[in-house]
Design a protein around this ligand. Structure first.
Ligand code: ZDR
Length: 391
């Protein structure tokens, strides 16, 4: 079964999957581009702008983030996504404000920090302003970043480019609401000046400390917000003399606060990230059900472990809210065996699995739904307590 949590930051929404206990470096929940697109589909799937995996670190970080766009492609970074990841980790682990995580991404280490109001401030690192690093064929212009005029369907647009690990093109405009985003977005996303395609941002400076922008995301289309894009918009607008190094950036989904620190050259982004719901995907949607997954249909009296169903209800602990933790299992079945037991003849967690099977045998579907909502309630309570709300 694939358990996920859905979070959103300013309406940029993601499915979060916790694979931090995985033991293989390439573990990815068997996701394929097709499965990601299916999950992100708002009618046939769950719905989201992307899927984010929390994975074990490969270097000096605490964990590694992988993100997939709704079209199944894998970008280097995602600003709204990493705020959602931080909230997800804090909600899952009961972390208090002030908690920071060094998260490994394809754009290098990124450091989100949980703030007292539940929002997240992220050290997004320094922008990439060298054309090859964006990547773009535009050349460095008078403002000290890749600049130029692009021909798009017969019209010419003055643009600037910046990288935040992922590519961004910024188009300063005088009236952002008048832009035909649906027409220009895909043309710019796929413009030959951006060999890895690009995220597209139309930006209007309302004042030197206030930008308003609209976003066409690479691989996702028009979205309500873009964290890396807001950073790129501030960098380009500042270099073009349109704003200060710190500004409020209004996006269709709400406001981000961006600060380009002079001494470190790093961008700091602050904004909200909110839980929406936890869910479990119907198993048949991720391929064939493995034989183990049908174990619940086994008659209790045929079991060989000598445990009765009522023993197991108490042993698993769900009935009295005191889950019995497995004794340091060599294999984390919940993560590695989602598509079937990896060692059916010699499962190190056989006893635990037998107890879970027996629990499933002994409880009605209604009971199991109640157990699941109790666990969701415990997670929510932890979050509310941290935020000083209802205990
Ligand atoms: C724009 C984005 N959602 C963010 O908040 O930074 C990032 C998602 C990745 C983007 N679609 C890309 O670079 O392909």
């Amino acid at each position: 079964m694939l358990a996920f949590s859905k979070y959103q930051g300013l309406g940029n929404d993601f499915l979060l999957l916790d694979g931090r206990n995985a033991t293989t470096a390439d573990f990815c929940f068997d996701l394929t581009p097709e499965r990601v697109s299916f999950l992100c589909d708002r009618r046939f799937g769950v719905g989201g702008d992307g899927v984010i995996l929390a994975l074990p670190p490969e270097h000096d970080g605490e964990l590694r983030m992988r993100i997939f766009n709704a079209d199944g492609t894998e970008p280097e970074m995602c600003g709204n996504g990493i705020r959602c990841l931080a909230r997800f980790l804090a909600d899952s682990d009961g972390d208090a404000p002030g908690r920071r995580w060094v998260v490994e991404t394809l754009a290098g280490p990124i450091v989100p920090e949980l703030l007292a109001d539940g929002s997240v401030r992220v050290d997004m690192g320094a922008p990439f302003l060298v054309p090859e690093q964006v990547p773009t064929t535009l050349e460095i212009g008078p403002a000290g970043l890749p600049q130029g005029e692009l021909n798009v369907a017969g019209e010419r647009f003055a643009v600037a480019a910046a990288g935040m690990g992922n590519p961004h093109v910024v188009l300063p405009v005088t009236a952002v609401q008048d832009v035909d985003l649906e027409r220009l977005g895909p043309l710019l996303e796929n413009h030959p000046a951006f060999p890895a395609r690009t995220n597209v941002h139309f930006v209007e400076a309302l004042s030197p400390s206030h930008l308003v922008m609209r976003v066409w995301e690479r691989g996702a289309g028009p979205t309500l917000a873009c964290g890396t894009g807001a950073c790129a918009a501030l960098v380009a607008s500042h270099r073009l003399g349109l704003c200060e190094r710190s500004a409020r950036v209004d996006l269709p989904g709400g406001t981000l606060w961006i600060d380009w620190d002079t001494s470190s050259d790093h961008l700091f982004m602050s904004g909200p990230a909110e839980p929406v719901f936890d869910g479990v995907l119907a198993p048949e949607l991720f391929g064939e059900l493995p034989p183990d997954a049908t174990g619940a249909a086994e008659a209790p009296e045929e079991r060989s472990d000598g445990m009765t169903p009522s023993d197991n209800v108490t042993a698993v602990g769900a009935a009295d809210d005191q889950p019995a933790a497995p004794a340091d299992p060599a294999v984390n079945c919940a993560v590695e065996c989602t598509n079937g037991c990896q060692q059916p003849d010699d499962c190190p967690n056989a006893a635990l699995r037998a107890r879970v099977d027996a629990l499933l045998n002994s409880r009605s579907l209604d009971d199991l739904v109640t157990l699941a909502s109790n666990s969701l309630e415990a997670r929510t309570r932890q979050r509310l307590e941290r935020e000083g709300g209802v205990a």
